[in-house]
Design a protein around this ligand. Structure first.
Ligand code: FAQ
Length: 329
C-alpha cells in the first residue's frame, strides 16, 4: 500500500519536534477544548495523572458496591430488592467502563486490581463507613450518588476523550440512583416516627463523610492546579462541594430532616450556604486506611477475587479452546 511517506523522497526528512514543542502543541489543543485521544501524543505526567484518577475512580465504584450490597438480602420489599440489585450492578458496570478507560492509557487492568487488593491503591473515603440500617441505603443514593454526580458532571467535559465519554453514561445512571435514594428517604421521612428517626440518623451519619468525598480543601489539594490546567478537572474541590451543599440543603428541608451542622446558614451576599468546618483529621485518617470498616471492605474484595478464580480459569480455558478451534479450521 502506498503511504504519504513515499512523497518525502528527495526531500530532507523532517526532524521530530522536541518535547517543548510537543508540550506546547498539546496544551494548545487542551486550551481549544479538543479531546485528547489514546494514540495522541501526551505528556507522561498527564498520562500518569489520568491513570491515577481513573483507577481510583474505578476502584471506588467496585468497593462502592459493598455498603449497599450488604442490604440486598434484607431489602424491605421485592420491588426495593430488584431496584437495589440493579443499582449495585450499575456500580459494577461503572467500574468496568472506568478500568477500560484506564487501559487506553497503556496500563493493564490486572495490575490495577492487584494494587487495590494489595491495599496500595486509593478509593473513595466514603465507602469505609458502615451501612447500619435500611435508611442508609436511601442516604447513600441521595447523598453519595448526589455528590458523585456533582463531581462527575464536570468530568463529562474532561480533556481525555475515553474518560469524558464514560462519564456521560455513568452520570445518566447516577442520576437514577440519586432519585431512588431520595425516594427511599421520602418514604421513611413520611412514615412512622421510628422510620423518620431512622432517616434522620442516616443523614446525621452520612452528611459529613459525603462532604469529604469532594477531596481536601483547595489550599491543600496537591493535584488540582495542574489537573485544572490540563482540563482533567474543570472545577475545584471546594467549588463542587459548595454546589452540593447549596442543592442538597433545600432537599433535606423538603424531607423535613435536619442537616447536622449548627453553623449551616444561608449567606445572602454570597448566594450560598455557609457551613461548618469539616473534620479533616477524620478524612485523612480514612484516606490512610483507618476508616471504620476499611479492613472489612478489603477482606470482602480479596475474598470475592479468590472466590472468582474458577470463573477466570474457565473463561481462559474457553478462550484457548475457541482459538484452537478457529486455528484448526
Ligand atoms: N477519598 O489533590 P487532590 C461514587 C486523595 S464514585 C480518598 O484533591 P484530585 C459512585 C486523592 O486521590 C466516588 N482519597 O486529588 C458510587 C489524592 O491522592 P493521591 C469516587 C481522596 O485527584 C456511588 C489526595 O487525596 N469518585 O461515589 C479523596 O485532584 C454510590 C489529594 O487530593 C471519583 O473518584 C477521597 N474522597 O481530586 C458508587 C471521581 N479525595 O492520588 C457506589 C473522580 C481526594 O495524590 C455507590 N475523581 N483523595 O495519592 C476526582 O474527581 C478527583 O480524583 C477527586 C480528588 C476530586 C476525588
Amino acid at each position: 500500500m502506498y503511504t504519504q511517506g513515499l512523497d518525502s523522497q528527495g526531500r530532507e526528512p523532517e526532524a521530530a519536534p522536541d518535547a517543548a514543542v510537543l508540550a506546547a502543541r498539546f496544551q494548545a489543543r487542551v486550551d481549544a477544548d479538543e479531546k485528547i485521544e489514546p494514540k495522541d501524543w501526551m505528556p507522561e505526567a498527564y498520562r500518569q495523572t489520568l491513570i491515577r484518577q481513573i483507577s481510583q475512580h474505578a476502584h471506588s465504584e467496585i468497593v462502592g458496591m459493598l455498603p449497599e450490597g450488604n442490604w440486598i438480602t434484607r431489602a424491605p420489599s421485592l420491588k426495593r430488592k430488584a431496584v437495589l440489585i440493579a443499582k449495585v450492578q450499575d456500580e459494577g458496570g461503572h467500574g468496568m467502563y472506568l478500568y477500560s478507560a484506564a487501559e487506553t492509557l497503556g496500563v493493564e487492568r490486572a495490575e490495577l486490581i492487584e494494587q487495590l487488593l494489595a491495599g496500595t491503591a486509593k478509593y473513595s473515603s466514603i465507602f469505609n463507613y458502615p451501612t447500619l440500617s435500611w435508611a442508609d441505603v436511601g442516604a447513600i443514593g441521595w447523598l453519595v450518588d448526589g455528590a458523585a454526580i456533582m463531581n462527575q458532571i464536570p468530568l463529562c467535559r474532561c480533556s481525555y476523550g475515553p474518560y469524558a465519554r464514560a462519564m456521560v453514561r455513568i452520570c445518566k445512571e447516577e442520576s437514577f440512583h440519586q432519585r431512588q435514594g431520595f425516594e427511599i428517604m421520602m418514604t421513611l421521612a413520611n412514615g412512622t416516627a421510628e422510620q423518620k428517626r431512622m432517616a434522620q440518623d442516616a443523614l446525621n451519619r452520612w452528611w459529613w463523610p459525603s462532604l469529604m468525598m469532594f477531596g481536601p480543601p483547595d489550599d491543600n489539594s496537591p493535584n488540582s492546579a495542574q489537573s485544572m490546567r490540563w482540563r482533567i478537572k474543570r472545577e475545584t474541590n471546594d467549588e463542587i462541594r459548595q454546589r452540593f451543599v447549596d442543592v442538597t440543603v433545600p432537599q433535606a428541608e423538603a424531607l423535613g430532616l435536619t442537616v447536622p451542622d449548627p453553623d449551616l446558614q444561608w449567606n445572602g451576599t454570597r448566594g450560598s450556604y455557609d457551613f461548618g468546618v469539616i473534620d479533616w483529621e477524620e478524612f485523612y485518617a480514612v484516606v490512610r486506611g483507618e476508616g471504620p470498616v476499611a479492613k472489612e471492605r478489603m477482606r470482602a474484595r480479596v475474598k470475592a477475587w479468590e472466590d472468582g478464580a474458577w470463573v477466570r480459569e474457565a473463561a481462559l480455558a474457553h478462550a484457548e479452546k475457541s482459538a484452537a478451534r478457529v486455528a484448526a479450521e
